[in-house]
Design a protein around this ligand. Sequence first.
Ligand SMILES: Cc1ncc(COP(=O)(O)O)c(C=O)c1O
Length: 444
Amino acid sequence: MTTNGGKAISVEQLIGSADSYIAGGVVSLNRKVDPAITFVRALGSKLYNLAGTEYVDYHAAFSPHLLGHNHPQVNAAVIDAMARNESLMGAGTTPWEVTLAKLLCEAVNSLQRVQITNTGSEATAHAIRLARAYTGRDDIILMLGGYNGWHNDVCRTVMPTVDQVGSRVSPGEYPVLPLSAGIPKDALAHLHIVNFNDAASVEYVMRAHPIACVLVEPVLQNIGMVLPQPGYLARLRELCDQYEAVLVFDEVKTGFRTALGGYQSVCGVTPDLSVFGKAVANGYPMGVIGGCERIMGLFHDADPTRKTLIAGTYNAHPVSCAAAIATLELLRDHGEDIYGQLDGLTARLTAGVTDIFSQRGIPAITPRNGSAYCTYFCDHAPVDWHDILAHHDFDLDRRYRRALIERGIYQFPLPCKQGSVSAAHSDEDIDRTLEVTAGVVAEL
Ligand SMILES: Cc1ncc(COP(=O)(O)O)c(C=O)c1O
């Protein structure tokens, strides 16, 4: 129970009321969770539900909150922007978009030019359109177990069953299983789905079809934490060069969370285009598309048959820009401390969790990429979705997450969802989490 405008309301009342007005009862149906929950406040590493119960947050709203919720400097920058009467002008270049674009280009080596959107989905849509305009080809390669947004060109089932997708084929491709009704068959006909870490299948598809782009998350973080095998991303680079396709890194999850230079600065592979979102504005809405001038230049090509549209009433909104500028400046000026802290905390968390399971004799592994991680109940770090399907204990994962939530540790209650540590987490948060985890695992 809590009060809302003086009236006490319960979770049940709120959810009942939501169903009367919101199609599906929750905005963005990916947020529908069991057990149902209503958070009303968040600060630093903590979430608070309607009843005021505190949770240590490892969901981070699907991972944007790299610095923690309501970071004081990020919020102050937003408040300052409003106090200066910055507004959405909708005409001409604004100082804040120039400041932000410069920070982005200075942070990530492959960014010669950028454009700014409101979401990661918009940015991946623009990347695909640019790649098609640049190559004059329609087909694209996507990864099984990848997620790149909700629009028609990428909207395939992220976590299909083996019955749906079929057994592993390499080299080969998988059926395109739309994640939504309402997608024209023609759109699906241009998608080719291959397994992550399977460059042979990328080459197989490239030999058979003219490919506009390979759109790949450099680490698959929408099915937990599937890291690229040594040489895999470099091989994708070679294949894109050989077959004249555009290599697009979807760094919506990895960018800025892994490092200021993105995952590309860690793996040493340079994509033609990159897409960012989430951590770039620490929880405020933003997407970024950027890359080499020869492709980004299509946005203003003098030839109308090549000119590629980018537009959006709210693109580079001053509130989001202020948040992103403050976030990137903090990461630029204090990156060593921030990334050091994130790394130390997450290493301690994942090592502690590994110890707890190993003491109980439960096969479990917790691969991580910086401050992002996922526990799989199997004896090795999975290399692709088929590996997870074949070896991960989904039921145990579900029970584990639910038990953690019951004791105040918020992991998204769906198997194989990535966890995120923020720079606002403390050693005490990790201690508390490990203590709860030990108790939960003892009873699993
Ligand atoms: C890797 C990746 N790309 C793209 C998107 C889409 O971003 P948005 O939800 O901001 O549209 C997501 C969202 O989770 C994502 O994880």
